[in-house]
Design a protein around this ligand. Structure first.
Ligand SMILES: Cc1ncc(C[n+]2csc(CCOP(=O)(O)OP(=O)(O)O)c2C)c(N)n1
Ligand SMILES: [Mg+2]
Length: 568
């Protein structure tokens, strides 16, 4: 209950700051440790989504941060609530997504005794979060929350964890609010851009790689215009496919797990690589084999918003400390050479991409995930959003789904299983009228599957396409390669996923052959309910181009060496 004597509780001050800084949604699992903050959500313009597991709540907040560029907000209780949320915090770190996790804490007078569920949050999250702190004095909430928004967004974005002692949240003080924050763009210098211009004019085979965070739909459009003017092939790094329209004539493909060999060859042959926003970490760099470390063989222009990331792994020929949004806007000022030495390269790269992704490859079994992706790309509304978790099923998404717009594919570059469903919940919460489809594995789905109940409770009619192959496929694949025939801990005895959906109050249907997908999808849409479309996948169909039996036979024959299959 708010008083009219000019004072507010710590909880009220806190929720008021969230509203001032523009947060419209928060995701939580409640705890008695932060009741005063929960109470303050009454009559405030910040919608609170109650979830079933803190890992799901934290992933929802991370996905909001990833897509909007403003911190996603999550509230969890102390101890077990906080450790459950750590999966989402780790994703926000690896994926450079802004988020703020508020954690309950024991009362100030008890700290240090290892009271009930007490943790030292600065120590526990010190190496995962960008900043972990605790608020001792309610009068400092406006200052610390303002700093948290700035810290989460500035430079290389990341997660902030703030612990809230229970008695601090219920204490009343009179304190003025902070003013609204805006992320600070980081602009490239004029000399950076003129050096880039010179490098481009001298290049014979340039290529652009887009990745990381701090993008927007406008920045992606500016990048597309630049690529067009310069006829520059553009590839996206691992799980950042939404940064470039797959049907743009300059799109060269997805540089993630098992990329097109022709794209890899192009990257190897490039004499100038313009890496915008990304870190080119293990997955995109093909386990750090793509470029020599620290001196890449090609001239590298590395554009990154975090100054500390420049020179961390690769010594760039031209490092540019800039946010992709600012950098792409500055690209408008560059002029292409009169004679483009690499004329025709972008067309050739795009033709290679189209050929690689055009038709589903044949696989064992009656449901072909490649054909499912082709159907989705041809039938989903233009503004649809696909989310995905981690597992071999995602290989078909990367290869055959064609992302057409910013935010159109939401996944975790950190490869965290269980990501897809909470990300879909977050997207459907932000965009009520859009079609949101989560592509999940059977192992992957059940890591956060309990939050299908959250979809039902909050009336979020997302559709889960659940690739049920009865195995932790990725690990079985590695197992067969490294220890052929010695299967252990990778078989799954699954629930009846149709009954699961129905038991939660959603819609469920099983698809046993590819041709049945359109009718199942239409029925799911028509139900208006959160839905699970279970796809019966043959476990032998382990990648778009390999079978388990084939991998095992090759390993038994002692072929050894890399099989072209990688991690999730
Ligand atoms: C949280 C988490 N735990 C474990 C792993 C290791 N891992 C990567 S993929 C995978 C199996 C994925 O299985 P499933 O979702 O069924 O997809 P499939 O590979 O069968 O298509 C596992 C266990 C991980 N990436 N993330
Ligand atoms: Mg599986």
């Amino acid at each position: 209950m708010r008083s009219n004597d000019g004072t507010r509780t710590g909880g009220e001050i806190l929720v008021d700051q969230l509203a001032i800084h523009g947060a419209r949604h928060a995701f939580c699992v409640p705890g008695e440790s932060y009741l005063a903050a929960l109470d303050a959500f009454h009559d405030r313009d910040v919608a609170l989504t109650v979830c079933r597991h803190e890992s799901a709540a934290a992933i929802m907040a991370e996905a909001v941060g990833k897509v909007t560029g403003r911190p996603g907000i999550c509230f969890v209780t102390r101890g077990p609530g906080a450790t459950n949320a750590s999966a989402g915090i780790h994703i926000a770190r690896q994926d450079s997504s802004p988020m703020i996790v508020f954690v309950g804490q024991v009362a100030r007078g008890m700290r240090g005794r290892e009271a009930f569920q007490e943790l030292d949050y600065r120590a526990v999250f010190g190496s995962i979060a960008k900043w972990a702190t605790e608020i001792d004095d309610p009068a400092r909430i406006p200052e610390i929350v303002s700093r948290a928004f700035h810290t989460a967004c500035n430079g290389r974005p990341g997660p902030v964890v703030i612990a809230l002692p229970e008695d601090m949240l219920s204490e009343r003080v009179a304190v003025p609010d902070a003013s609204a924050f805006e992320p600070v763009e980081i602009w490239p210098g004029l000399s950076d851009m003129s050096r880039l211009q010179k490098l481009l004019w001298a290049a014979r085979r340039p290529l652009l790689l887009a990745g990381g965070s701090r993008w927007s739909a406008q920045a992606c459009a500016a990048l597309a215009r630049f690529a067009e003017r310069f006829q520059l092939p553009v590839a996206t790094t691992f799980r950042r496919g939404h940064l470039f329209d797959a049907l743009h004539p300059c799109f060269a493909g997805d540089l993630g797990i098992a990329p097109n060999a022709k794209l890899l060859a192009r990257v190897h042959q490039a004499d100038l690589v313009l890496l915008v926003g990304g870190r080119l970490s293990e997955m995109s760099s093909q386990s750090y084999t793509l470029f020599d470390i620290p001196e890449p063989q090609a001239k590298l222009v590395h554009v990154h918003p975090g100054a500390e990331e420049l020179g961390r792994v690769y010594h760039a020929h031209l490092p540019i400390n800039a946010s992709p949004i600012a950098f792409c806007s500055a690209l408008e000022g560059l002029q292409p050479p009169n004679e483009i030495a690499w004329r025709g390269e972008s067309d050739a790269a795009h033709a290679d991409y189209l050929a690689f992704s055009e038709q589903a490859t044949p696989v064992p079994g009656d449901v072909n995930l490649g054909a499912v992706m082709v159907w989705l790309r041809e039938n989903l509304p233009e503004d649809a959003i696909l989310t995905q978790g981690a597992g071999n099923f995602s290989g078909w998404v990367h290869r055959f789904y064609r992302v057409r717009h910013y935010g159109g594919l939401v996944g975790a570059t950190s490869g965290s299983m269980g990501y897809g469903l909470p990300a879909a919940l977050a997207m459907q919460t932000l965009y009520r009228d859009r079609t949101v489809v989560c592509v999940a594995g059977d192992g992957d789905f059940l890591m956060t599957g309990q939050d299908f109940a959250t979809a039902v409770q909050h009336d979020l009619p997302l559709i889960v396409l659940l690739a049920d192959n009865g195995i932790y496929g990725t690990i079985r694949m590695h197992q067969e390669r490294e220890y052929p025939g010695r299967v252990i801990a990778t078989a799954l005895h699954n629930p009846d996923f149709v009954a699961y959906a129905q038991a939660f109050g959603g819609f469920g249907v099983s698809v046993e052959k590819t041709a049945d997908l359109p009718a199942a999808f239409a029925a799911a849409r028509k139900s208006g309910k959160p839905s699970i479309i279970r796809l019966k996948i043959d476990p032998e169909a382990i990648t778009p181009t390999a079978t388990l039996a084939g991998i095992r036979a090759k390993a038994l024959a002692g072929a050894g060496g890399p099989s072209g299959t990688h991690r999730s």
